[in-house]
Write a protein that binds this ligand. Structure first.
Ligand SMILES: [Zn+2]
Length: 272
């Protein structure tokens, strides 16, 4: 059977040649090697047809490969962009992290400074407080440090022979240090009846102070004492209902010459 060429077929080689050039160009550009056998353009119709079909496949194949290659390149570019973006993110994160660390360090320094200032202020307060519980400007102290008056002056009670309190009681457990409220001389140190073990001091200004219900006496008559010197330990001796320090201020050495001890201490700058 005779083979009749289709009209368009005569143009095929031309198209194929153009395509080949194009493929060659693409191959050069993309690095894809296309091998086209020269018998493709042979006179043999079957061979030409076969070759033509082969070329079409080759073209399709090449097109696919080019497309694949382009996709691969696009993928690679996309990947590179992603890597760059990720790097940028990492760099941004690093910068942000560094800034955060810097801020944190600044905050910690600020906190440390505030804490130091706080401690310094507390120390200064403690120092001022210590000064208050040691000596007043006129050189006096409370007889029991850090205590309070549990029974006031002139308080009424059947406990006292006079019917009213001749001094003030400072809250104190037995064995608490008792201090001379100011500088003076010991004029009495020993048993004092209802006062139990007691000490009487003649102060430098001529007034007297008395300390009662002591558990132990640490000074003797005639001894000079300074303000805030420990002279005894508090206790529960004599006529008491429990341990405390009984403190009196007097104009003379004996019972009955008592004056208001709170006013006396305050007049000497002691906070009671
Ligand atoms: Zn008392």
């Amino acid at each position: 059977m005779a083979f009749t060429r289709a009209t368009g077929k005569h143009r095929r080689p031309g198209r194929a040649a153009r395509t080949t050039r194009n493929i060659a160009g693409m191959a050069a550009a993309t690095g894809v090697v296309v091998s086209i056998a020269s018998p493709a353009l042979a006179a043999n119709e079957d061979s030409a047809a076969t070759t033509d079909a082969g070329l079409t496949r080759a073209l399709a194949d090449t097109g696919d490969r080019v497309a694949d290659n382009i996709v691969a390149q696009a993928d690679a570019q996309e990947e590179a962009a992603e890597v760059a973006a990720a790097r940028t993110q990492v760099e941004d994160a690093a910068v942000k992290s560094a800034e955060a660390a810097k801020k944190k360090a600044q905050e910690e320094r600020r906190k440390a400074a505030a804490e130091a200032a706080k401690k310094k202020a507390a120390k200064a307060r403690a120092s001022r407080s210590q000064a208050r519980t040691t000596l007043s400007p006129s050189g006096f102290v409370a007889p029991i440090a850090g205590s309070y008056v549990s029974t006031g002056y002139k308080a009424s009670s059947g406990l006292w022979s006079s019917g009213s309190h001749t001094g003030i009681d400072f809250h104190a457990a037995s064995g608490t240090a008792v201090h001379a409220v100011g500088a003076g001389t010991v004029v009495e140190a020993g048993w004092g009846g209802a006062y139990g073990n007691n000490i009487v001091l003649k102060m430098e200004d001529g007034t007297y102070t008395q300390y009662g219900h002591l558990s132990s006496i640490g000074v003797s008559v005639g001894q000079k004492v300074s303000a805030n010197q420990q002279i005894a330990l508090s206790g529960n001796t004599g006529n008491t209902t429990g341990p405390h320090l009984h403190f009196e201020a007097r104009t003379g050495p004996d019972y009955g010459s008592d004056i208001d001890p709170i006013a006396y201490l305050r007049s000497h700058g002691v906070s009671v």
